[in-house]
Design a binder for this molecule. Structure first.
Ligand code: TXA
Ligand code: MG
Length: 337
């Protein structure tokens, strides 16, 4: 093997086998793993040192609670209190839905996981390997998205390694099939409130399960503390609802984007030529990541319909485009879960 290639390969020394991932987690350390939504940065939710290591690795503010991933309903029931209304939602598990529920006093998870709140976010991931990992650990797995706080969420193991300079062990897996985080629903006081739009569209849940989901408003008492105005931020600025790119801009298209000089120069990506929202969600973070890496100062983004999964896609784009207080000099991707 040529020396240059050797160096490149040995740069990535952190892909770990399933057994090693279990050993790392048992030892109270962090390990990234694939889920169907985005990659997670996992640690034993019952071990405070391990949970602290998540906050430190991500440089995440401690007020921002973590989702507790469970292998099955039995594990979830030990941690959170399920009202009859919450039980009505559980047929969507395993899957891309997180429920924020009252935390059981004897849940056994470290206080830092819920950042001192009386509630806890729980999810049974749809990804089989993720559930197997939790089963093998035998304990719930606290896991935020595996990105430095505020940056784009990673949808592949390579992105996780790049974002953390290969300092985080990653259980090797396929790229995430959904590409956008879970839908977060708070089920408190017999009301369902969507705290974060995500992979499972609200209307679809309402229709399937015959429930009513309220939207979170500025006056809502509850909120996901991590839903900062500026989030999912690439280094480049974003210009939304753009029909076509201007000179110097990269372009993130959707549907039929026609021919254009930028497109011809390969500074463009199309989320879905067919105008398919699922395909667009799957591509969103990785295409933003790639366009950001091109060095363009701004990325123009085509209008995306707001129905169904479009709600979550537009939510992420709006936060990625929001003014930032501080843009660190890192590349690619940057700043707040
Ligand atoms: O798809 C996903 O949800 C991914 C994968 C890895 O499961 N995880 C993820 O975690 O997106 P994170 O930490 O990046 O985003 C979780 C969000 C944060 O905005 C946090 O504030 C909110 O969930 N959250 C967690 N527990 C909460 C609670 N008890 N009350 C309100 N919001 C909560
Ligand atoms: Mg996140």
């Amino acid at each position: 093997m040529p020396a240059s290639q050797k160096t490149k390969q040995s740069q990535f020394h952190n892909p770990v086998s399933f057994e090693k991932a279990v050993r790392i987690l048992r030892a109270g350390k962090v390990c990234a793993f694939a889920t169907e939504t985005v990659y997670g940065l996992g640690a034993d939710a019952t071990n405070c040192d391990a949970v602290l290591a998540i906050y430190a690795t991500k440089q995440r503010p401690r007020f921002n609670p973590l989702i507790v991933h469970c292998a099955d309903l039995e594990m979830a029931h030990k941690i959170a209190l399920f009202s009859p209304l919450a039980e009505k939602l559980t047929p969507l598990w395993p899957g891309a839905m997180t429920l924020v529920l009252p935390l059981k006093p004897d849940a056994g998870v470290c206080d830092l996981v819920s950042a001192g709140l009386k509630t806890v976010g729980v999810r049974i991931p749809g990804h089989e390997q993720a559930r197997e990992l939790i089963k093998a650990l035998g304990r719930p797995l606290a896991a935020p998205s595996a990105n430095p706080s505020g940056q784009l969420s990673p949808t592949s193991s390579a992105q996780v390694r790049q974002m953390f300079d290969d300092k985080v062990p990653v259980l090797e897996g396929e790229p995430s099939s959904a590409g956008i985080e879970s839908t977060i629903l708070s089920v408190i006081d017999n009301r369902i409130v969507q705290l974060r739009p995500g992979t499972l569209p609200r209307e679809e849940i309402e229709q399937k399960l015959r429930v009513k989901i309220e939207l979170v408003t500025k006056n809502s008492k509850i909120a996901a503390p991590g839903m900062l105005a500026s989030h999912y931020a690439p280094r480049a600025q974003l210009r939304l609802e753009a029909k076509a790119p201007e000179p110097g801009e990269a372009f993130l298209g959707f549907g039929d984007i026609g021919a254009n000089e930028t497109i011809a120069k390969n500074l463009a990506k199309n989320l879905s030529t067919a105008g398919d929202l699922e395909e667009a969600a799957r591509n969103l973070f990785s295409f933003l990541y790639q366009l950001d890496a091109s060095g363009a100062w701004r990325i123009a983004v085509a209008p995306i319909p707001s129905a169904g999964l479009g709600e979550a896609i537009n939510d992420r784009l709006t936060r990625a485009a929001a003014p930032r207080k501080k843009i660190k000099d890192q590349a690619p991707g940057i700043t707040g879960a």
